[in-house]
Design a binder for this molecule. Structure first.
Ligand code: ADP
Length: 313
């Protein structure tokens, strides 16, 4: 039996004629943070749902699934006892207050009342929700609800925490707070598996990123390594879409064959390993017409798929 926390081989999931997950394989040895990064519709949520038994994969002989050695197709409850899940949709009880939402869940985990009370106090404190313990869910902000869902997922003291889009729709400050909490959980040895379409989220907190598109894994690796192995270090971005044609004509990078140009129609990007080549190019432009910056996962995604991560946003 596998000693990995998760092992997935040849996972397929089809909804009618949509291939949500298309021959996906990956292993998570843990501990650490693993981020599935991809645009809407890439198959990230479906993958998570299969792992915790909420979605059934296509029946195929080649498919192998193991979460803590259990197959989610047959041992959903064993996995539920070991893994905490924070789904994307807000499935909190709106009429109950913060404390009651956690108390109800603690009963599912079979926690004795006194133990549950101590655990709930600790988690409310940890998630900075203590002052809102008697507030009804419908009175909470989006960020507080997210934190409550994560606290709820932590009730059973799980070794594995599955978070589906933990910060989607939240403002940058709340997002930062949640990242801090996740970092401190990782330090305590909890393995986190999360999905996101924010490259910054994956880059900031993941040890390993699996980039997904159209149900497939397109790349996998440590964030910095993914960039250094697959894309030039720097990019020059034109700021003035209305003058694009004029600027592009002016910037024929003939003198620098090592500069790669990516023209997606609305945006033009010039990539190079050496920043001075881009600065040379920029010297033909006014300062407000361009920006030279380090390349990022969004650039990498564009390079591999020809599309932007957040097109659908
Ligand atoms: P992501 O989490 O990356 O946004 P999803 O796993 O939610 O992607 O969806 C992958 C694809 O499967 C999408 O095309 C989506 O519309 C489709 N899909 C997901 N869930 C269902 C469902 N319950 N019924 C039909 N199609 C679905």
């Amino acid at each position: 039996m596998s000693t990995d926390i998760i092992e997935v081989n040849h996972l397929h999931k089809t909804y009618r004629d949509t291939r949500a997950v298309d021959d996906l394989s990956f292993r998570i040895e843990g501990p650490g943070c693993f981020a599935f990064l991809g645009p809407n519709g890439a198959g990230k949520t479906t993958t998570m749902k299969v792992l915790y038994g909420k979605a059934r994969p296509d029946p195929r002989d080649e498919t192998q699934l193991s979460v803590f050695g259990y197959d989610p197709r047959s041992s959903e409850l064993n996995i539920k006892a070991l893994a905490g899940v924070a789904p994307q949709d807000d499935n909190l009880d709106q009429e109950l207050n913060v404390l009651q939402n956690l108390q109800i869940y603690s009963k599912f985990y079979g926690l004795a009342a006194s133990k549950a009370a101590a655990r709930i106090d600790y988690l409310l404190e940890f998630m900075e929700l203590s002052e809102r313990r008697t507030a009804r869910v419908r009175e909470l902000s989006g960020g507080m609800k997210r934190r409550l869902i994560i606290a709820r997922a932590l009730l059973g003291n799980p070794r594995l925490l599955i978070l589906d889009e933990p910060t989607t729709g939240l403002d940058p400050q709340v997002r930062q707070l949640i990242w801090d909490k996740l970092r401190s959980l990782i330090k305590t040895g909890v393995t986190i598996l999360l999905t996101t379409h924010y490259m910054e989220e994956a880059y900031q907190i993941a040890d390993t990123i699996v980039i997904m598109d159209k149900g497939k894994k397109v790349l996998e690796g440590a964030p910095r390594r993914l960039l250094s192995d697959n894309i030039e270090s720097y990019v020059l971005e034109l700021n003035r879409p209305e003058r694009k044609d004029e600027l592009v004509a002016m910037l024929k990078p003939n003198g620098h064959p090592e500069i790669r140009v990516e023209d997606s129609g609305e945006r033009v990007l010039y990539y190079a390993g050496n920043i001075s080549h881009l600065e040379d190019l920029g010297s033909h432009l006014a300062p407000d017409e361009f920006l030279v910056r380090p390349s990022n996962l969004e650039d990498l995604f564009l390079r591999i798929t020809g599309r932007r991560l957040n097109d659908a946003q």
